[in-house]
Design a protein around this ligand. Structure first.
Ligand code: BGC
Length: 235
């Protein structure tokens, strides 16, 4: 039988420090189902997170392949870091394990990289940062990704990293006003460093950004993290 490529359904999964989310996309990246979410199990060891994904997948009907955004460095389906999950992820072959569980081909990429793929225009220098449990980052030139750029753990100010200064836990500690002031400084620093054409700000806490943003800075909805999943299957 000739495969009808037009009907291929992709289960897109976003593993976050606080929630695991899933949705099914058509070949053009359009959602076919309602997004579902489960709290990230604690401790967030691979087996229980895979179990959460399996539970979410069971609510999504038919799908043919799976894309996963993971909050750490990913190389060839293997997770190499997991600052906000659990150390058991270091060196874990997530693509193979999840593929064995769901019986479908699985591709895994860093969560901010996946979010970026859902947001960019494909032209010029485009930088994406995500504000949530962690601080994610992704850089693109003419649509080409520089993979696994871990700006979150790079020093920002006062001896602290971008993640330490701007993560959700810090936001709750210092309040929105100070957090927004810090973010404004981060945006200015990143503009000087990357001279980007566009900066996109996503992640669960992007809704708490309350600044007059420069014209080349856009807030993106958190669902972009899932929509980017379709790009993992482009040749
Ligand atoms: C991780 C990144 C991830 C970001 C957002 C950071 O702690 O190191 O890989 O993209 O959190 O989840």
């Amino acid at each position: 039988m000739v495969e009808d490529n037009g009907s291929i359904r992709t289960l897109s999964v976003d593993i976050g420090g606080s929630g695991v989310k899933a949705i099914v996309l058509d070949v053009t990246g359009k959602p076919l189902t309602e997004r579902v979410r489960l709290e990230t199990p604690q401790p967030a060891i691979p087996e229980v997170v895979i179990n959460a994904i399996t539970i979410l997948a069971a609510t999504q009907g038919q799908f043919d392949r799976v894309s996963v955004g993971f909050p750490g460095v990913v190389r060839c389906g293997v997770t190499e870091t997991a600052a906000n999950l659990d150390s058991n992820w270091i060196g874990f072959d997530l693509a193979t394990a999840l593929s064995g569980q769901l019986k479908k081909p699985v591709r895994v990429i860093n969560d901010a990289d996946m979010q970026g793929l859902g947001a960019i225009s494909g032209q010029g220098v485009e930088l994406v940062i995500t504000l949530g449990t962690g601080f994610g980052s992704a850089l693109f030139t003419d649509g080409k990704l520089v993979p696994n750029m871990e700006m979150g753990h790079h020093q920002f100010r006062k001896g602290e990293s971008y993640e330490e200064q701007l993560c959700r836990e810090t936001l709750e500690k210092i309040g929105e006003k100070r957090w927004n002031r810090r973010l404004e400084r981060a945006i200015a620093t990143l503009q000087r460093l990357f001279n980007y054409d566009w900066l996109y700000i996503g992640g669960g806490e992007a809704v708490r950004v309350n600044l007059n943003l420069p014209l080349n800075v856009k807030l993106i909805p958190n669902i972009t993290g899932l929509l980017g999943g379709i790009a993992l299957w482009r040749e």
